[in-house]
Structure formats: structure tokens, C-alpha cells
Design a protein around this ligand. Structure first.
Ligand code: ADP
Length: 476
């Protein structure tokens, strides 16, 4: 080990042989070890110019950034590696430190445990302890804040993104107007623990989206690659958006929720541009769950369209899903939801696109009770009989139950204001709100579904839906 004085000859030597990579790396590592962080950063950057994709130099640079509290810059430097399954575990631990410092506990914990599960020697007991404790409230940065605390960020060592990555772990959404995308990037605090029931749906999403990232070796062993999207379908209000957001949280990924208004534009050509900008936004924020709500409007059967420019939008959507080059969508998981899956062009169901259809069914009685429990969990409550409320809310979906809880809470709030103290919510409050409610017409949805799919299930695409249509799952 060199003492501080021993650094000087190393500095001189590096100055005389600027292209000697091992020498520069040695100097950079020594500077880092001795806490000369700004100088270490400069040396790692210079070394990266000589060896742009070098893992240990990038790891050193990220470490130098984190120790200078330049967390966004650290994540941007690591990002091109982190999107690849099987990335070097030490990078995962540094990313976890940066994410934690930015207030994104869920993403930090995911990175840390994923890294340690692959290489226990990178474990850091102090970090693990901090990940196990809820963080103090973290200020949300201003929307337009630069992802870098350092004015001259390094060029990413490999591949995309072309522009600086948006900050990880910002705690809230922020607009991304710079490139024309109007959708926002969120960090989802919701996970599958916040989704009641729906075990089969969660399992399907786990296998399709989460396992390839969490257990890349297992997937590789079976010759499978991560990729391809999932199309969630089912009656409106059934929790499709909620599930997609939870999948992002479960994965520690960013979440981009795209509504029709973010894409469709009356001017010819603008919708295609919006779509491209939205995909690019997701690519810059990978790992990212890109969620298209009401996707049937963007992906309708071309044969049903009278306007050529609408067909153009569908073609653009297909091209974006395929990715301009092979790795364009690496780390971007595309989820979409529709109440009308039968309108979707079959071209979207080809491998690598929305190659999995997942039916999101209406909740049964026990799932309704569980949804109510989740919706009420942060409210002042008396002893509750959620099963009693579930019994009188047959044919209610998640959104209807949310309406019931909102109405009951509002009534209680009025009472509490008059009384001058918080009066807890009781079962009769929910029962009264449920009785007054007019739920979404799920039965109508099943009637429509029956018309479309009863005689059109040759490919087996609607297998999950069939038992509901044929009466095997109660009367709808
Ligand atoms: P969809 O996208 O299918 O129209 P949403 O995801 O918008 O439905 O659901 C509406 C609301 O209902 C959600 O914001 C959530 O609060 C609640 N909800 C639906 N399903 C569930 C569930 N399984 N567990 C907990 N909450 C749910």
C-alpha cells in the first residue's frame, strides 16, 4: 500500500504515460482508497476514455461519485450495465447506496438483495441494516433538476441512453417535456403486497416480468430471454393500472403510465412522434415498466380503420415494440391494458410484442374483503367486518370498492368535523355507502365479451376468460 507521499511518483508517471491504462487505473484506485475523490473521479474518467466499457473502471467511477454524493451521476454511469441481467454484483451494491441516498428504498433494497444473492461476498451489513429501516422523509427534487450533481457527467461507457438518464429514486413524478413526451416518470411505492387477491395474475406477471430480471441464470439455463410484453384485459375498474404500477414497484423499476391523451394528436404525424418520444422516455429510464392504458385505441385492427394515418400509428407502435435495434428495448417492460382486447390487431400478439394475454377477473368475495382491507388500512378504524361488506358487494370491482370507501370516509369526515374529534370508520358506514353505490356494469362487459369470443377461441387466446363466459365462475 502506498502512503500519501507515494502517490506523487504515480501521478508523475501517469502524466508522462497518459495512455498506460494499468497505470492510470492503479492511480485512480489509490486516489479513491485515500479519499482524494475529485482527483480519483478525473482519473477514472480518463481511464474510461481508454477503455470505454471496462467494468472495474466504471465501478470505481461510480464509487467516487457516490462518495461525493453525486448519486444521479453514479446511477447514470452504472445504468448501461444494470439493465443487463447478470451485471457485476459490486455495481448493484453501489447502485443500492445511491438509490437509498435518493430516498428510493424499494429500488435500493431490490438492487442490494439481488446483488448479494448472486455474490454473498459483496454483502455490507451496515447498508443492509439501513435498507431494513424505513427512511426519513426525503425532499423531492424540483421537476427540472439535472440528474447530475456534477456539471460534466461522463459519457456512458456503453450503448444507450443517448441523453442523460433521468434521476432514479426521485420519489415522485416529474414531467419530461424536453423531448415532447407528455407522460411522466414515476417511482412506484406500490408492490404486489398492495394488490389484494389476483394470485394467478400476479404469478403470471412474476414469471413474465420479474423472474427474468431476478433470476437471469435460471432463464438462461432454459434458453429463455427476457422480453415481450403483457396485455392485461378485463372489465373496467378491475385493477389493471394498479397491477401494472405494483409490478413496477415490485421490480424497483420506473413507471411510465401512458394515457391516450399523451399520444393521440389531431395533427397528422404528431401521434407517431409522441409515441416514439414516450418509448424513448422509458428507454432513458430503464429499468422501466411502460404501461399503455386503453391500448385498443392505439393498437386497433388495421382492417377496421378507414384512415390511413391511423394505420400509420399502428405500424409505428409495432416498430417501437420491436425496437429499432435488437437491444433498444432491453430493460423496458411493456404492459398494456384494455377493456376490449378483441379490437386489437393480431400483429400485436406476435412473439416479442404483447405475446401474453392475461385476464384480470372481477374479485370474488374474499378478494373484495381483501381489497377493502387494503383501501381502509391507513384510516382510523373501529373493529371491521369486511366480509359482511364483501357479501353485499357482489359484482363490484376494485374501482367500485374504492368509491364505497371514499364515500364512507367523506361522510365520517363531516361527522368528525362537527364533533371536533376523529370518529373511526365502522362497518355500518361501509355497508351504507355500498348500498347507495351504483357499481360499474361488469355484467354488461361479460355480455359483450361473450359476443366476441364465444365463437372465436380457435387459437386458445381466450382460454382464461372462457370459464367466466360459460358460467363456470358464477353468473355474470
Ligand atoms: P383499471 O385500470 O382496470 O380500470 P384501476 O387499476 O384503475 O382499474 O383500479 C381502480 C382502483 O381500484 C385502484 O386505484 C385501486 O385503488 C383499486 N383496486 C383495484 N383492484 C385492486 C386490488 N386487487 N387490490 C387493491 N386495490 C385495488
Amino acid at each position: 500500500m502506498l502512503d500519501d507521499a507515494g502517490l506523487q511518483p504515480l501521478r508523475d508517471a501517469a502524466r508522462l504515460s497518459p495512455d498506460n491504462l494499468p497505470l492510470r487505473q492503479l492511480l485512480a484506485n489509490q486516489l479513491l482508497a485515500k479519499g482524494y475523490l475529485a482527483e480519483a473521479e478525473a482519473e477514472f474518467r480518463a481511464a474510461l476514455v481508454l477503455a470505454p466499457k471496462d467494468v472495474s473502471i466504471t465501478t470505481g467511477l461510480a464509487e467516487a461519485f457516490v462518495r461525493q454524493s453525486a448519486h444521479g451521476a453514479a446511477l447514470a454511469a452504472l445504468e448501461p450495465f444494470l439493465v443487463t441481467p447478470g451485471y457485476p454484483p459490486p455495481m448493484g451494491v453501489i447502485a443500492a447506496r445511491a438509490l437509498l441516498a435518493e430516498g428510493d428504498l424499494a429500488a435500493a433494497a431490490y438492487r442490494y438483495h439481488e446483488a448479494v444473492s448472486r455474490d454473498p461476498s459483496v454483502a455490507d451489513a451496515a447498508l443492509a441494516a439501513r435498507l431494513a429501516t424505513p427512511p426519513a422523509p426525503h425532499p423531492t427534487p424540483a421537476p427540472a433538476a439535472s440528474p447530475y450533481t456534477n456539471p460534466t457527467p461522463p459519457a456512458p461507457p456503453a450503448g444507450p441512453p443517448a441523453q442523460p438518464a433521468a434521476p432514479y429514486g426521485t420519489g415522485g413524478g416529474y414531467p419530461a417535456q424536453a423531448d415532447g413526451a407528455s407522460a411522466e416518470v414515476e417511482r412506484s411505492g406500490t408492490t404486489f403486497a398492495d394488490v389484494a387477491g389476483m394470485e394467478a395474475v400476479k404469478e403470471a406477471l412474476r414469471v413474465k416480468l420479474l423472474l427474468p430480471v431476478q433470476q437471469p441464470e435460471l432463464f438462461a439455463a432454459f434458453g429463455k430471454r427476457a422480453g415481450g410484453g403483457v396485455l392485461l384485459y378485463g372489465p373496467p375498474g378491475g385493477g389493471k393500472t394498479h397491477l401494472a404500477r405494483a409490478a413496477a414497484g415490485e421490480l424497483g423499476a420506473s413507471f411510465v403510465n401512458v394515457g391516450l391523451a399523451d399520444i393521440l394528436d389531431m395533427y397528422i404525424g404528431s401521434s407517431e412522434r409522441n409515441l416514439r418520444a414516450t418509448f424513448d422516455l422509458a428507454r432513458r429510464n430503464r429499468p422501466c415498466v411502460l404501461f399503455f392504458d386503453e391500448v385498443d385505441a392505439l393498437a386497433a385492427r388495421r382492417s377496421d380503420m378507414r384512415q390511413a394515418h391511423n394505420r400509420q400509428l399502428v405500424n409505428q407502435f409495432l416498430a417501437e415494440l420491436d425496437g429499432v435495434d435488437q437491444n433498444a428495448n432491453e430493460g423496458v417492460l411493456v404492459l398494456a391494458a384494455t377493456n376490449a382486447p378483441w379490437y386489437i390487431d393480431v400483429a400485436f400478439r406476435r412473439p416479442g410484442r404483447f405475446d401474453q394475454l392475461v385476464f384480470v377477473p372481477p374479485p370474488d368475495a374474499s378478494a373484495r374483503a381483501a381489497i377493502l382491507r387494503i383501501l381502509c388500512r391507513d384510516k382510523p378504524l373501529a373493529e371491521m367486518d369486511f366480509d359482511a361488506v364483501a357479501r353485499i358487494t357482489e359484482h363490484f370491482v376494485g374501482a367500485d370498492l374504492k368509491g364505497v370507501v371514499d364515500r364512507a370516509v367523506e361522510a365520517k369526515l363531516h361527522q368528525s368535523i362537527s364533533a371536533g374529534r376523529a370518529i373511526p370508520l365502522e362497518t355500518p358506514d361501509l355497508l351504507a355507502a355500498a348500498q347507495a353505490a351504483r357499481p360499474t356494469s361488469v355484467r354488461e362487459w361479460f355480455a359483450t365479451a361473450r359476443n366476441y369470443v364465444m365463437h372465436a377461441n380457435d387459437s386458445g387466446a381466450w382460454d382464461e376468460l372462457m370459464p367466466w363466459i360459460k358460467g363456470g365462475k358464477g353468473k355474470w
